[in-house]
Design a protein around this ligand. Sequence first.
Ligand SMILES: N[C@@H](CCC(=O)N[C@@H](CS)C(=O)NCC(=O)O)C(=O)O
Length: 208
Amino acid sequence: MKLYCFAQSGNAYKVANYLNVAGIPWQQEFVDFFAGETRSPKYLAINEMGEVPVMKDGDITLSQSGVILDYLVGKTGYFAPAPNDTSEVLRWVLWDNHKGSSQFGMTRFINNFLAEKHRNADVIAFSMGRCRAALTTLNAHLENRDWMVGNTPTTADFSCSGYLFYDEPFGMERSNYPHIEAWLENIRQLPNWKHPYDLMQGHPLPQN
Ligand SMILES: N[C@@H](CCC(=O)N[C@@H](CS)C(=O)NCC(=O)O)C(=O)O
């Protein structure tokens, strides 16, 4: 199993973290996102969406972290939800892709990786507001729960937490979200858990 990824990608980390914690053997194919590789014709031939992650498993090529996670659960059974919880897991993965990780990833990118001359204070303020709204939703959901859905970890946990282990600022005043912090610690305690920068290649970024 091969995962196209890079260290700063929380979307790729969702899959890398799942594979590592499940103990499924996998290889990584480093994608040089910061050099524009995801927009190259060669990469677009692998994924027309121009995004990381991509997973190749034999003849199967998949993109979209939520789809890859769903495929892996179907194939391996690791972190499968109880049958009655399948739709609830999907509901949170979709929420994450729209309201969670898409906001966290973009805001973190603008704040930390975009050249300073291109940063726009109004855009940053707006997107930080979106992040805080999503974090408030997540924090409320996690009150009195160890995991996103049911009583065991599922792909909803891997998906929703993808960006939340990174330390670069993107609007998360961590002390404001104690239930998120407790839940992240539950995930850190899973066997073989690794921080994204210790799991995927490409950190630290080369200095200009
Ligand atoms: N919903 C997608 C999001 C993937 C995504 O946005 N990946 C980013 C890296 S974290 C990317 O490759 N962006 C390339 C670009 O926007 O040019 C998923 O969950 O896989």
